[in-house]
Design a protein around this ligand. Structure first.
Ligand SMILES: CC(C)(COP(=O)(O)OP(=O)(O)OC[C@H]1O[C@@H](n2cnc3c(N)ncnc32)[C@H](O)[C@@H]1OP(=O)(O)O)[C@@H](O)C(=O)NCCC(=O)NCCS
Length: 139
């Protein structure tokens, strides 16, 4: 059942079993840097996410969001990617709206923004905070 239909041939659904090969291709087309040389790691990222949302245009994967949540207090939006040919058409916002539909209002959503997409976040409801700390991964 579609979560949201942006246009007749653009469909947003929850797709927990989205093929990792399609996600890797989309990371490239969106300019998102992930460990795409390690498919087993990408598959673990997908498998262990609570919510995986895809956007397809005539079947082609053009948008993707992946979140990890306790379904009670907080949710980390770990990936948000829109194919560069489809950006600035409301797809990124639609993915976040679809995620919000899956979460209760008492759950906060957090993300780490790409430097080039910092200004995407305020118009869709994210607030910049100064008390976020990160312990970087080694690779
Ligand atoms: C960031 C990204 C997900 C946005 O997706 P999108 O489908 O292009 O965004 P939308 O069309 O839904 O835009 C929503 C709003 O953000 C604005 N916006 C989108 N990308 C922006 C950017 N890079 N810089 C500034 N504003 C941006 C839009 O103008 C729109 O504002 P409006 O509602 O006032 O018109 C997409 O550009 C992307 O995949 N970028 C590369 C990966 C990335 O940076 N991911 C991390 C996101 S925090």
């Amino acid at each position: 059942m579609p979560l949201f239909v942006a246009q007749s041939d653009i469909v947003i659904v929850e797709e927990p079993n989205v093929p990792s090969s399609e996600v890797v291709e989309l990371y490239g087309a969106a300019g998102v840097h992930r460990a795409t040389d390690d498919l087993a790691r990408i598959e673990r990222m997908l498998k262990n996410s609570n919510i995986v949302i895809t956007v397809r245009h005539a079947g082609m994967l053009v948008g993707f969001g992946r979140a990890i949540t306790d379904n009670a207090f907080c949710c980390y939006l770990a990936d948000l990617a829109v194919h560069r040919d489809y950006q600035r058409n409301g797809i990124g916002k639609a993915i976040v709206d679809a995620l919000k539909l899956k979460l209760n209002d008492d759950i906060s959503i957090m993300l780490l923004a790409n430097p080039e997409a910092m200004d995407f976040n305020p118009p869709i409801g994210f607030q910049k905070v100064g008390n976020c700390w990160i312990m970087p991964r080694t690779h």
